[in-house]
Each structure stands twice: as structure tokens, then as C-alpha cells.
Design a protein around this ligand. Structure first.
Ligand SMILES: [Mg+2]
Length: 319
């Protein structure tokens, strides 16, 4: 950890107190006392690196608890590694403390971060802390290993492949609506799903064994499927009648006047942190639901309730 000092705090002491315990004693982190870290090579593996930032008021609600911000930061990054079938092991942190973000808030951030890093087996290898006059933001660079040449890319889907998605879709978008008080959430499950999504690291072996292309669902199922279609040079059809829904999401859909439009809203809402992937038609993916197919062409064609929405052209048309 190095960089511009916060004039109001002893950065060196703060890093030692808040962040050194999060290194897990990793030799290459040098107790966060050096200018840089060393990541030893792992023969037979590729180093997979991803980076995502969280900004208060953009990716998390204004006034979100610092520990929850830290956990969202960890989880959105590990979700990217999960989609690549990589095994996370380390990370680098940059965090900008806003004015008024005192020792208690900083401690809560570090505590939330530490809790999740331990949960997912990730060590902090280095980073930087700065002060800002703007909103709170933090950025993580997450490192993982994958067997050499075996990272699951967005490119790789082939005509004839089946399109799959893990878990359930729509709880992230409904969770954000619940946090805003726009959707009933008596048990708080939807808000929890939005605030602390679970990166699908448990699906690594399935992806590595079967997937031809994959992405995590952060922007929305339709948008992330489109990323695969574009990178792979295929057309993906997506049948929203097969969309896997949680009990809470199903209840919400049943209350809407147009169920097809409601499903489309869930499929474009984002923040699910599930994994969308393609696999050869003879593969069965445990933990996933088949929701469509890949064909020659381009773009994503969305179907629901006997209608087609061509995501490229926009607007519903009947089939
Ligand atoms: Mg992603």
C-alpha cells in the first residue's frame, strides 16, 4: 500500500491496523510494507485478472453500510472470475475515503472486506488508500488461477449450442426495487440478494467441463447474452417462458398485468451475478436452466408468451 496520504490520518498506521490482517500472511504481500507485491507463477495455470469498482450512489445506495459496500465489491469481482471458471486467490484494493468517513466507518469497511475475503479464500496483496472530496468509491483487482488455456471466454459459442443460465434471474433487480421501497420484501430476501450477491464459484467445474462461452449476469441477462453473441459471432434465442425465477420473483410476475413484459423486465434488470453460458447440445449442466439456443447470425432474439422481441430492432412483434 502506497500513495497520496490522507492529511487527516496516519495512513501507514491505518493500513497496518485495517488491512494487514487481510493478507493472510501471503509471503508476496510483504505485510503491505513494500511498494509492490509479488505473485509467484503457478506452473500449468494462467493468471486471470479482473477489476470492478463500486461507487456510492451509482452501484450501491447512498448511505449504504460500509461493510456491505465492501462485500458487494468483493462479490462482483469474484463473480467475474467465477464466469471464467477461475479459482480466486488474491486481490488488490483501492479505496477513496470521503470527508466524514471516520475511523468507525473505515473499520466497518475493513471488517466487511475481511469477512468476505476469508469466506472466499482470497488474500489482500496490496493496494492504495486516498482521501476524496467526492463520494465513497472502492475498486478491487481480483486474481485467480485457471488451468492453462482453459479460461472460459465470451467468444466460443457455436451454432447448435444450448444457452443456459444458473440459479434464478430477476432477484437483483427486484432487490434494488425493494431497497428503494418500491417492491414488497417482507423477509428481506430480495434486498439481501441485491446487497450481497453470491458469486457462483461453485459452478467452476461445470463451466470448465462443458461451457463453450460464458459471462456473469451483471448488466442484465439479455445484455450479457448479447455480449456472448457479439464476441462469438452467433445469434442467441432466449425464451423468457423458461426463465428460472425464485418464489419471490414468481409472486411479483403474477401480480403484473403483462407477464411477458414483467419477465422481460427481470431479464434486463441486472445485478443477478448468476452465470449465462453456452454448451454443446449433448451437455447437461447441473445448477443451470436451459433458456435458449445459439444459431448462425447475430444479436439476441427474446421470446415470451408467444411474442418475439428482437433486441436489435426493439419493440414486440407477435409470432
Ligand atoms: Mg462480468
Amino acid at each position: 500500500m502506497s500513495g497520496p496520504e490522507d492529511p487527516g490520518a496516519d495512513e501507514f498506521g491505518e493500513i497496518a491496523r485495517l488491512f494487514r490482517p487481510l493478507t493472510g500472511g501471503q509471503a508476496g504481500a510483504f505485510d503491505l510494507l513494500d511498494d509492490a507485491a509479488v505473485v509467484p507463477q503457478r506452473p500449468g495455470f494462467d493468471l486471470v485478472i479482473t477489476k470492478d469498482a463500486v461507487v456510492e450512489g451509482v452501484h450501491v445506495p447512498v448511505g449504504e453500510a460500509p461493510g456491505l459496500i465492501a462485500q458487494k465489491l468483493v462479490r462482483v469481482n469474484l463473480s467475474d472470475l467465477a464466469a471464467k471458471a477461475a479459482e480466486p486467490f488474491g486481490c488488490f484494493l483501492a479505496v477513496a475515503w470521503p470527508q466524514g468517513f471516520g475511523p468507525a466507518a473505515r473499520g466497518a469497511f475493513a471488517a466487511g472486506l475481511g469477512e468476505d475475503l476469508r469466506r472466499f479464500g482470497v488474500d489482500l496483496l496490496g493496494g492504495d488508500t486516498v482521501a476524496t472530496s467526492g463520494p465513497f468509491w472502492a475498486s478491487l483487482t481480483a486474481l485467480g488461477w485457471v488451468a492453462e488455456g482453459r479460461m472460459v471466454r465470451r467468444a466460443g459459442a457455436r451454432p447448435g449450442d444450448v444457452l443456459w443460465v444458473s440459479g434464478t434471474i430477476g432477484d437483483g433487480a427486484l432487490g434494488l426495487a425493494a431497497v428503494r421501497g418500491e417492491v414488497d420484501d417482507p423477509e428481506g430476501d430480495l434486498a439481501e440478494r441485491y446487497r450481497r450477491p453470491t458469486p457462483r464459484l461453485d459452478l467452476r467445474d461445470t463451466l470448465r467441463g462443458s461451457a463453450t462461452a460464458a459471462a456473469d449476469v451483471s448488466d442484465g441477462l439479455v445484455a450479457d447474452a448479447r455480449h456472448i453473441a457479439e464476441a462469438s459471432g452467433v445469434r442467441l434465442t432466449l425464451d423468457l417462458d423458461r426463465l428460472p425465477l425464485s418464489a419471490a420473483a414468481r409472486r411479483w410476475v403474477d401480480l403484473q398485468a403483462d407477464p411477458a413484459a414483467a419477465r422481460l423486465k427481470l431479464a434486463t434488470g441486472g445485478d443477478d451475478y448468476e452465470i449465462v453460458c453456452t454448451a454443446p447440445s449433448d451437455a447437461a449442466l447441473e445448477g443451470f436452466t436451459a433458456i435458449g439456443e445459439a444459431a448462425a447470425g447475430e444479436r439476441v432474439e427474446v421470446r415470451a408468451g408467444g411474442r418475439i422481441l428482437d433486441a436489435g430492432a426493439g419493440g414486440w412483434r407477435h409470432i
